[in-house]
Design a binder for this molecule. Structure first.
Ligand SMILES: [Zn+2]
Length: 159
């Protein structure tokens, strides 16, 4: 028998005792042990060691500790999703502010150059752009208030 095979077998005995080997590896070791008294004796020591370890009581965390850890994990999870919805809300609020700023350009145009200049915006396909722009602005405002409202309810524990 090759020296290498003895070494390989002995190196795997602790894993075999822990039941951590694949079926193929286990069979390979069993074949070797059947024909090698020295390794079989070594295996017997590891097997006993594994049995004794299994008899030791496994430390169990108290239900209080488990519950505290679970509550902390849930709180952390809610905090993270809260931060994310706040960021989305702020981003949408910025977009709404930006939209309103650009929209006020029309008002400024009316005030400085008269209604005729502003009316030119609505000639041809211009009115389509103005309508789309206004719709997008209102849509952004609606989404922003929905997100911020949801965040408010969550922070108050209402949702
Ligand atoms: Zn051997």
């Amino acid at each position: 028998m090759a020296v290498n095979e003895h070494e390989e077998t002995r190196a795997r005995l602790p894993l075999a005792a822990a039941g951590a080997l694949e079926a193929g590896e286990r069979e390979q070791i069993e074949r070797h042990l059947a024909g090698c008294a020295a390794c079989a004796a070594e295996w017997e020591r590891w097997r006993l060691c594994g049995l004794l370890l299994k008899r030791l009581p496994t430390p169990q965390p108290s239900p209080l500790v488990v519950e505290r850890a679970r509550a902390r994990a849930v709180a952390r999870l809610l905090e993270t999703s809260d931060e994310r919805s706040t960021q989305v809300g702020i981003l949408l609020a910025v977009l709404v502010a930006w939209t309103l700023t650009l929209g006020s350009g029309v008002v400024v145009l009316v005030l400085t150059r008269g209604i005729a200049a502003a009316a030119e915006l609505f000639t041809g396909n211009g009115w389509l752009w103005v309508a789309a722009y206004t719709t997008a602005g209102w849509f952004l405002a609606a989404v922003a208030s929905a997100v911020l409202g949801r965040r408010y309810r969550t922070s108050r524990g209402l949702a």
